[in-house]
Design a protein around this ligand. Structure first.
Ligand code: AHR
Length: 337
């Protein structure tokens, strides 16, 4: 662990030498002994200790994101990763971040379960001189409390889903829609709802119910079972699921009720993980908006840049695509997650 990176350097000249010691690929080397007024020469590359507070393991997307983070924050890349998954519990996640601060890690990366409640612990990290990078989800706390964020435009994802529904399904009669929401209070649940609602505004798409399935397959199935028992298969035209896993759970519920997913009830989801894409190819899902989980490399690059004292862009969007059945069939074999 290299403690308190730039703040341990007593004078500006040493800081300049430290910067000069960075390799072109952004790898950070320790200041050499001469720069510290020390004795022997020789380069020693110090590991960067990063505490990563992951949301949990709620979905296929999350597994792919965790793998991408672990691959990027590897020993080979100069990192020692301290990993915590909070099982979608906001209080447990905040306490994991406090533990990272107490351990004196070099930097903290957080995929925040929910948007609110981060001000105090982010302030504590800042007071301890530990930079924080957010990945995936956003927070409502002041931007001054973290160095950068990398992730997806969740609202745009909701807009894309809503626009497809309006273009393909809206007409004279109402499109009776049930929503499977993500984790309550999370950025993707909030923003995907907002984007979708904006896109369907003024159309014949009508949301008849909206409940959380917590981004899990079990959650999606059990909420969908409730919808089917309340409205009947014939009373629902469309499921808008905030992620693939909940959509896959809804497919199970629809099939168990003797109906045909993708035909009797249309399904639109977000993520484009392999299982979701397979269901799209099979015609059980009708349209998927991608949410790219491969955020590890960019997060690792940001951590290194921030620890090197470089100016970084605070908001870093990664691009998403969307898939019809035909488009999914073209790419499914190369899909790695
Ligand atoms: O924050 C990204 C969302 O979280 C993904 O869409 C969902 O699958 C995950 O659990």
């Amino acid at each position: 662990m290299r403690k308190k990176f730039l703040s341990t350097i007593a004078f500006a000249g040493a800081a300049a030498l430290t910067m000069a010691g960075c390799s072109s690929d952004g790898d950070t080397e320790a200041p050499d002994d001469a720069a510290n007024g020390g004795d022997t020469g020789g380069d020693t590359t110090e590991m960067i200790t990063v505490g990563f507070a992951q949301t949990g393991a709620e979905s296929g997307w999350r597994s792919a994101n965790t793998e991408a983070m672990q691959a990027a924050f590897s020993e080979e890349n100069g990192f020692e990763l301290v990993f915590n998954a909070a099982d979608n519990d906001p209080a447990a996640q905040i306490s994991a971040v406090r533990n990272f601060i107490n351990q004196g890690v070099d930097a903290i990366v957080i995929a925040p379960v929910v948007e609110d409640g981060w001000d105090d612990v982010l302030q504590e990290a800042q007071d301890a001189d530990i930079p924080v990078i957010l990945e995936d989800r956003t927070v409502t706390a002041s931007e001054d409390l973290y160095a950068a964020w990398v992730g997806l435009d969740f609202k745009a994802e909701g807009v894309k889903a809503g626009e497809w529904v309006v273009d393909e399904l809206a007409g004279d009669g109402p499109v009776r829609t049930v929503v499977l929401e993500g984790t309550t209070g999370s950025a993707p649940a909030n923003d995907r709802a907002e984007g979708f609602n904006e896109a369907i505004d003024g159309s014949s798409v009508e949301i008849i119910d909206s409940q959380t399935g917590d981004f899990t397959r079990d959650g999606g199935r059990s909420v969908m079972e409730g919808y089917i028992s309340n409205y009947g298969v014939d009373g629902i035209d469309l499921v808008y699921a905030h992620n693939d896993d909940m959509g896959l759970g809804a497919i199970e519920a629809i099939e168990a009720a003797g109906a045909v997913p993708g035909e009797d009830i249309k399904i639109v989801t977000i993520d484009a993980v392999k299982d979701g894409m397979q269901a799209l190819v099979d015609g059980k899902i009708n349209f998927i908006v991608e949410c790219n989980p491969m955020l590890g490399e960019k997060a690792a690059e940001l951590v290194k840049a921030v620890l090197n004292g470089e100016e970084v862009q605070q908001v870093n969007y990664v691009e998403d695509q969307s898939f019809t059945q035909e488009q999914a069939a073209e790419v499914i074999d190369e899909r790695t997650y």
